[in-house]
Design a binder for this molecule. Structure first.
Ligand SMILES: [Zn+2]
Length: 329
């Protein structure tokens, strides 16, 4: 059976629970060998393969006897929401133009808005690609830039304005997102940073960009030591021009405008605590958009997201800030 290609096919295909379980199992265990969450890492190398209990829709470990569902050790862990809703929700978020609100998911899938919000936060975890390899390399261009994101008090309802003034986020303070974009790989990575001090920016650059790369930035002082390190540094003076030959940060500018449009349009108000996950979501769609060299379609993007569900979960307490987020959050 071919996997679905369109939203309509996906909704039909994933209407059956067993089909969903088989699909998630195939994505989670691509070698076709389910592993017990307890024995996987400390058991013998040739641990006996768990067997499937068809009526329970769970696997049972032959070594320790534990029974486990396909959702274990994934973003779906402990969720009472059936996969028949999780998978269409993932399809929608992976393939929408610029984000989907929890209200839309609530109406489309018949879950409460609070549940929909929680689902979206967890799905965004699957959108993190976790790629730690450095970008760029000798002769390659990486654009680096940062942008400020935050509420505009002039466009706010008075009640919200007053709440923000007295809220835990200290008024209208804007969050800072730093981005780096590898022009050859057409890949962006971005994250929230605490300030734009030189050491903060340089730390991100050393961590994220291969020495010898050509780094394009604006003339912010935070970047002025780049030329003295292992990079070729080209700057653009944004008060005068936006492009000088090949020197620009326009690809990153495009990403910023998508991110901001998504944030003001769909998500209305994002607290800084959650901003990193929204940035990851936007980066996932940006990095996996269809291009001539990389003809991704909706099914590819969805499959990619589902292939990244394992080993990641976020509890409600972590999401609401009641306990610090785990390292994967
Ligand atoms: Zn076991």
């Amino acid at each position: 059976m071919e996997y679905p290609k369109t939203l309509l096919e996906a909704i039909q295909y994933f209407s059956d629970e067993q089909v969903c379980i088989d699909f998630v199992a195939a994505m989670k265990w691509p070698d076709g060998k389910p592993t017990c969450p307890d024995c996987a890492f400390n058991g013998p190398v040739e641990a006996k393969e768990p067997y499937y209990l068809k009526t329970q829709k769970r696997w049972k470990c032959r070594d320790c006897g534990r029974q486990f569902p396909v959702k274990v050790h994934t973003i779906f862990e402990d969720s009472p929401i059936p996969l028949q809703k999780w998978l269409p929700a993932m399809w929608l978020l992976a393939n929408c133009k610029n984000g989907i609100s929890s209200y839309e998911i609530h109406r489309a899938l018949g879950v409460t808005q609070k549940t929909a919000w929680f689902m979206l936060q967890r799905i965004r975890l699957a959108f993190q690609n976790g790629n730690l390899a450095k970008m760029g390399g000798k002769g390659r261009v990486v654009e680096a830039d940062e942008t400020f994101i935050g509420p505009d008090p002039r466009k706010m309802h008075e009640k919200r304005r007053r709440k923000l003034q007295t809220g835990q986020f200290g008024g209208y303070q804007k969050a800072i997102v730093m981005g780096m974009l590898d022009r050859d790989a057409r890949e962006v990575r971005a994250k929230v940073i605490p300030n734009v001090k030189r050491e903060t920016l340089m730390h991100q650059i050393f961590k994220g960009i291969e020495g010898g790369s050509e780094v394009h930035t604006d003339q912010a002082v935070g970047y002025d030591s780049l030329a003295h390190s292992h990079f070729v540094h080209e700057t653009i003076n944004h008060t005068k021009e936006y492009v000088r030959g090949q020197v620009h940060t326009q690809n990153l500018d495009n990403f910023w405008s998508l991110l901001k449009r998504g944030l003001t349009g769909t998500y209305v108000a994002v607290e800084p605590f959650h901003l990193d996950r929204y940035v990851d979501e936007q980066a996932f769609r940006f990095n996996n958009r269809a291009t001539k060299d990389n003809p991704m379609d909706d099914r590819d993007r969805f499959m990619l997201a589902v292939s990244q569900i394992a080993g990641k979960r976020l509890t409600y307490a972590e999401l609401t800030g009641k306990v610090p987020p785990a390292s994967n959050a």
